[in-house]
Ligand binder design. Structure first.
Ligand code: CU
Length: 147
């Protein structure tokens, strides 16, 4: 069992938070907190951790009018609708190493952590979700509002 940082407790209490550094916990089957508020043009660091017993992924994207029905279809959609497309200063540190190139999801094994930094450029309400089979349907989703 991991110790829950004090900051996470505060973020959970507030529900929606505005800060440059945020903890985002993935568990079976939810995100905590389930709503994040970011500022366009302001760099943000998401400190991700998977405290669950199964792998989880984080995707943030413009919500489609009609939801794809398979993980593969979601991935295809994500390639052109991820919030990270066009975001500046995109930097992902996973297992102590910088992950290069473009990506549209961060996959974490149980107990794993990652640090994702980016500067959102588009405003709006985006969806964050895990599209491992059954997870989204099981409620593993939330919102990211960029003001
Ligand atoms: Cu999941």
């Amino acid at each position: 069992m991991k110790t829950v940082p004090l900051t996470l407790t505060l973020l959970s209490t507030l529900g929606t938070v505005q800060a440059a550094s945020l903890n985002l916990t993935m568990s079976d089957l939810k995100f905590t907190p389930a709503a994040l508020t970011l500022k366009a043009g302001q760099p943000v660091t998401l400190r991700l951790s998977n405290t669950g017993k199964v792998p989880h992924e984080l995707q943030i994207y413009a919500k489609p009018r009609v939801a794809p029905t398979t993980e593969a279809a979601w991935d295809a959609y994500m390639k052109t609708h991820t919030l990270w497309q066009g975001a500046k200063n995109l930097r992902l540190i996973q297992n102590g190493k910088a992950v290069g190139g473009t990506f549209f999801e961060v996959v974490l094994a149980p107990g794993a952590q990652a640090t994702l930094t980016f500067t959102p450029t588009k405003t709006g309400v985006f969806e964050m979700a895990c599209h491992m089979p059954g997870h989204y349907e099981g409620g593993m989703k939330g919102t990211v509002t960029v003001k």
